[in-house]
Ligand binder design. Structure first.
Ligand SMILES: Nc1ncnc2c1ncn2[C@@H]1O[C@H](COP(=O)(O)OP(=O)(O)OP(=O)(O)O)[C@@H](O)[C@H]1O
Ligand SMILES: [Mg+2]
Length: 238
């Protein structure tokens, strides 16, 4: 469902090129849940922006459901991206407008739009907050709004970029329960700095020096004790 072939990406700052992805390839099946780990600055967020069509690779190709991701033609793509910091995702002045925003851009007709917004306000326990500014919500409420505004678009797959790092323990538990309920329903790429969270996935990818250095069951990664340090990966707490 997600197919990445030989992806090369560079940032250019002040004429200096930094190669972040250097011939990256992997596939994710239509209902697979895949965790992605890698050291700070290894390029995880960059990869998520490329998958979403928000950055243009130097070379290589990305297919979502067989369709080429082409940032010059379709910047939105069909994957939902849940940002690490929900405040970076929000664009609208109120909670209900935030949920409606993508649907409006897509030209969904008003009756259908209203219906979907109501459904998602209710499903994510945001009815009481509908007229509030997203910036005034608590951490857990912000996370629920970020999910509602992504899922209302009915994406064919989801990318989560470190979704629990800013949550308190209770909100983190609630969020992980939600993630478990999504398992098997769509392709999920779950970027996490926490080995405990990666253990829940079907598969673990490790990004190192611009390539996939590990692609196997999450639990088996801890057999590679000598490489874990080099890859910048910790071990589970439990
Ligand atoms: N807009 C940018 N311009 C120039 N360099 C950038 C830009 N964004 C990121 N980088 C650099 O590209 C590399 C990869 O960054 P990226 O944010 O993708 O890593 P990451 O794996 O998500 O890191 P983290 O674990 O801190 O979230 C880093 O060296 C970073 O400094
Ligand atoms: Mg990142």
């Amino acid at each position: 469902m997600i197919a990445v072939h030989d992806l090369i990406f560079e940032y250019k700052t002040d004429g200096i090129k930094i190669r972040v992805l250097d011939g990256l390839s992997f596939n994710i099946g239509g209902d697979e849940w895949v965790a992605l780990m890698g050291a700070n600055g290894s390029g995880k967020t960059t990869l998520s922006l490329l998958l979403k069509g928000l950055l243009t690779p130097l070379s290589g190709r990305i297919f979502i459901n067989g369709n080429l991701v082409d940032p010059s033609r379709e910047p939105e793509g069909s994957l939902g991206l849940v940002f690490q910091n929900p405040d970076h995702q929000f664009v609208a002045p109120t909670v209900e407008q935030e949920i409606a925003f993508g649907l409006e851009n897509r030209g969904v007709e008003p009756v259908k739009l209203r219906e979907k917004v109501e459904q998602h306000l209710s499903a994510y326990q945001l009815l009481d907050h509908r007229h509030r500014s997203p910036s005034q919500l608590s951490g857990g409420e912000k996370r629920r709004l970020s999910l509602a505004s992504v899922l209302v678009m009915e994406p064919t797959g989801l990318i989560f970029d470190e979704p629990t790092t800013l949550l308190d323990p209770q909100d983190r538990d609630d969020f992980l329960k939600f993630m478990l309920s999504m398992k098997g329903k769509m392709a999920i790429l779950f970027i996490t700095p926490y080995p405990d969270e990666a253990l829940i996935a079907d598969r673990l990818l490790i990004l190192h020096r611009g390539k996939i250095a590990y692609d196997d069951q999450p639990s088996k990664v801890f057999n590679h004790s000598t490489q874990l340090k080099e890859w910048g990966i910790g071990v589970p707490s439990g």
